[in-house]
Design a binder for this molecule. Structure first.
Ligand SMILES: NC(=O)c1ccc[n+]([C@@H]2O[C@H](COP(=O)([O-])OP(=O)(O)OC[C@H]3O[C@@H](n4cnc5c(N)ncnc54)[C@H](OP(=O)(O)O)[C@@H]3O)[C@@H](O)[C@H]2O)c1
Length: 338
């Protein structure tokens, strides 16, 4: 089979590096182009860990150059920068999987929480890249908006229950993430001295992933406006995320048996009979889920690796689907345990 040539823009970031690791081992994709904001060095100079494994020059990102050598591009860029690249690439006929928030939300929601949108035309055609719920749309898409990391873990836990959740009660999401979720740039809040042996909430009830969760819940439930309350925390971990979700059931169901049946054909969802862990999914594209109820109170816990199922491996799964490949081709499944 002829390989598909791909580009990674944002190769010097956390998710960019994960993309490189997956693509160089992928049987049907070939890494043709990598870029960051400056270029001018090789991949093994930037990442000595890749010496003797892969070497390719890092370029200063240029859409026209990408279009000459690749037919699919992964954008692992901050929001706003991503839409500039995506617009040009799509107009040049290159398919795009965007890891940023630029194409995830409806226009009004995006502009309220991020900035003025600069590519309204493609936004209206972007597909939300959560295969478990939007697989058929992804197959036909030229532009896939990879979901945010917290929304991935939260939605995979919550969406199956939409028809059973009592929407007259609030839903609480107590989320925790490893520090790689904040990207490679260090700040006071991600400094080792602050993070180590510490746990802290940030942007409680006002994080940008809250409207993303709300909007997708509304789509899947066909119009229900849930009262979503989202509080993320930083943990002294490099990677991994856990979302503890609390809501009210309006019907008496066995949540675990229901989840097992709901996800029985999904390769990357594992439903467990006991509480799940972050370590159990680290290094993989799995989302592990546990659920339990007490009377009508439902507790759901889901874990993912934020820089894999929460971004880069999920992006390659989307690219597999867009390219007509098996969904799990080249996708990591063995956790970093112990
Ligand atoms: N980290 C996560 O867990 C996670 C999960 C889901 C989604 N995301 C999203 O994925 C995107 C990337 O996240 P990240 O954590 O990998 O970020 P990051 O570690 O901060 O890396 C950002 C990358 O973008 C590059 N870049 C910035 N502006 C550029 C430009 N104009 N042209 C070319 N390259 C440019 C940077 O290059 P330089 O090194 O040259 O600055 C760097 O390679 C973000 O939108 C983020 O919200 C991240």
């Amino acid at each position: 089979m002829k390989k598909i040539d791909v580009a990674i823009v944002g190769a010097s970031g956390f998710t960019g590096l994960e993309l490189i690791k997956i693509i160089i081992n992928h049987p049907n994709f070939r890494l043709k182009y990598v870029a960051n904001s400056e270029g001018g060095m090789s991949l093994s100079e930037l990442y000595p860990a890749l010496k003797s494994v892969v070497d390719i020059d890092i370029k200063k990102g240029d859409a026209k150059e990408i279009a000459k050598c690749a037919s699919l591009a992964f954008l692992a860029l901050p929001h706003k920068s991503a839409m500039g690249f995506a617009k040009e690439l799509l107009d040049l006929g290159v398919k795009v999987v965007d890891l940023s928030a630029d194409y995830r939300l409806e226009l009004e929601t995006y502009e309220r929480y991020y900035c003025t949108h600069q590519d309204k035309e493609h936004l209206s055609r972007a597909v939300y890249g959560l295969p478990e719920f939007f697989r058929d749309d992804i197959k036909r898409a030229k532009l896939v908006a990879n979901p945010g990391c917290y929304p991935t873990a939260t939605l995979l836990g919550l969406l199956p229950f939409c028809k059973y959740i009592d929407e007259s009660y609030p839903i609480f999401i107590d989320a925790k993430s490893g520090v790689s979720g904040a990207g490679k740039k260090c700040s006071d809040k991600t400094h080792f001295v602050f993070i180590d042996e510490n746990v802290s909430a940030y942007n409680p009830l006002s994080h940008r992933h809250e409207p993303e969760i709300k909007e997708k819940m509304k789509i899947i439930s066909k119009g229900v406006e849930y009262d979503i309350n989202f509080v993320p925390h930083l943990l002294p971990l490099i990677r991994g995320e856990m979302c503890d979700i609390y809501c009210k059931l309006k019907e008496d169901i066995d949540p675990l048996e229901y989840l097992k049946e709901f996800y029985k054909d999904e390769k990357f969802i594992r439903v467990f009979d006991k509480p799940v862990t972050i370590k159990g999914v680290g290094g993989t594209n799995f989302c592990d889920i546990f659920a339990k109820k007490s009377n009508s109170n439902l507790y759901i816990c889901s874990t993912i690796d934020n820089i894999l199922k929460g971004s880069s491996s999920a992006a390659v799964v989307n690219a597999n689907i867009m390219s007509g490949f098996e969904e799990d081709l080249g996708i990591p499944t063995i956790a970093y345990v112990p």
